[in-house]
Design a protein around this ligand. Structure first.
Ligand SMILES: *Cc1c(COP(=O)(O)O)cnc(C)c1O
Length: 469
């Protein structure tokens, strides 16, 4: 499979190339040159497959030319054999129509493990083949950092420097990063906000001192391999609910538009998806874009769902490119204008292409808390606030008839409630316990360095401590 950039001028790459590259050299994002498609018979034949076998079946066309089927199967068995639930992503029924898809049975209790655990192994495989090393530099507001560190800890050819804003991530999130003791893991607590940390990282990718010394890599969801791994659980859940004979709808708590874009990919591959609900918190740029065509950024307000407090959703560009007719030159122009003015209108083709499958809804903090209360009282389920945003949107659009009553409606449960215990306790009056498999998170020793807020201090630390410098 070949991959092309959404901005039209970067070279096409194979799967190995896009996995190691992250962002395309023209600033765009890589997407497959065409969507592989499964027939209803092929989908029917996937029923009953164990998750690792299903994962290999779904991902095979995307990795063709870079991994053999045996190599892929070995990877999926290694990665998904280690999850905390035999089904990997189990479904839980809430009432006649509503379901939860639990995506938090990986090591750091959020859905990001499903893809990052695989990405770590893919890095190791491809770097060994090329006899190269990779230095990952990233900034995190919590979930991505912990999942990425867990995914690469102890790998021989990968080193990770993860910046978090000092004092601004939750205790659970911080400890999931700082108690991982491996020589290739470096935690940096940076004075300032997440945006400051993120700005340092972006600057490092264009700093010639850095890029001439280190082979830099990215782990955020601009990396295609992450989205690919997330397509699998749409198939797994729809098959259990009767696909391909029956259509299924999904509500997806959305920040960077990665997880819900994976649902779009599943639909393009032939899975009969009735509707994808893009659920946002009050940072609702995507809701405004999908309901009124107005994609304009206006600052981030902190909420009880920090992983969705995002101003600009990188992966939305992938949808605009595909729905708008795959015109890379036009996309490059549209994104240049957006980067200058922080606002753009969707073209008619983009708006129509998006509305064929997507509907959006937003939840404020009161609505989110009510969704947690409903799940607890009506179905005995303690859910996290991000999942609550999704469940609020699902119930609102089912009540409005946007999703017909006979269609199963699955809300993606993106994090374990124990990751956000304060917000959960305020909403439902009980404090969720950490699952036993994360071990003694609060008894383990932490290790991180504190770095002053300026760029030079961060860069000097990374250059001074990178083993492959
Ligand atoms: C990252 C994250 C999201 C948002 O996912 P995107 O792919 O960025 O849209 C939602 N919920 C949780 C718990 C997350 O960690």
């Amino acid at each position: 499979m070949q991959y092309v950039s959404t901005r039209g001028s970067a070279p096409a790459l194979d799967f190995e190339g896009v996995t190691l590259a992250g962002l395309a050299s023209d600033g765009g994002l890589y997407v497959p040159a065409e969507w592989p498609r499964f027939s209803p018979d092929e989908i029917r034949a996937m029923r009953g497959l164990a998750y690792p076998d299903l994962a290999a079946r779904i991902m095979a066309p995307f990795v063709a030319g870079s991994l053999t089927e045996d190599e892929l199967l070995a990877l999926t068995h290694k990665v998904y054999g280690d999850f905390g639930h035999a089904a990997v992503t189990p479904l839980v029924q809430l009432d006649a129509q509503h379901w939860l898809l639990e995506l938090f049975h990986g090591p750091t209790l959020a859905f990001k493990d499903v893809a990052l655990q695989l990405l770590g192994r893919l890095f190791e495989t491809f770097l060994a083949r090329r006899d190269q090393r990779l230095t990952i530099v990233g900034a995190t507001s919590g979930d991505t950092g912990s999942a990425a560190i867990q995914a690469v800890a102890g790998l021989e050819r990968v080193e990770i420097f993860m910046l978090h804003p000092k004092g601004r991530v939750s205790d659970v999130q911080r400890r999931q990063m700082t108690t991982v003791r491996a020589p290739n893991v470096h935690n940096l607590a940076i004075e300032g906000s997440f945006d400051d940390a993120q700005a340092h990282v972006k600057r490092m990718f264009t700093d010639s001192d850095v890029i001439h010394t280190l082979n830099l890599g990215a782990v955020n969801s601009i990396n295609w391999a992450r989205l690919m791994a997330q397509v699998v659980y749409y198939f797994a859940s729809a098959l259990q609910l009767g696909a391909p004979e029956r259509t299924v709808a999904y509500s997806v708590p959305t920040g960077n538009f990665g997880d819900v874009f994976a649902g779009y990919v599943a639909a393009k591959m032939g899975l009969p998806i009735e509707r994808l609900i893009v659920a946002t918190n009050i940072n609702d740029i995507l809701h405004r874009a999908l309901s009124a065509g107005d994609y304009s950024a206006d600052g981030v307000t902190p909420t009880i769902t920090p992983s969705m407090d995002i101003q600009v959703s990188s992966n939305f560009e992938r949808l605009l490119f595909d729905a708008g007719g795959r015109d890379g030159a036009a996309m490059a122009e549209q994104m240049r204008a957006f980067e200058a003015s922080k606002a753009m209108q969707l073209t008619n083709a983009q708006a129509q292409g998006a509305s064929a499958l997507f509907t959006s809804a937003r939840a404020d903090q009161v609505e989110t808390a009510r969704a947690l209360q409903w799940a607890y009282r009506a179905a005995g389920q303690v859910i996290d606030p991000h999942t609550g945003v999704g469940l609020h949107a699902a119930r609102a659009l089912a009540d409005a008839g946007t999703v017909p009553a006979g269609v199963p409606l699955v809300t993606l449960a993106t994090a374990h409630p124990a990751k956000f215990p304060d917000a959960v306790e305020r909403a439902v009056g009980m404090r969720p316990a950490l699952p036993a498999r994360v071990g003694d998170l609060f008894g383990r020793e932490e290790s991180f360095v504190e770095i002053a807020g300026d760029y030079a201090a961060t860069r000097d630390y990374v250059l001074g401590h990178a083993g492959n410098a």
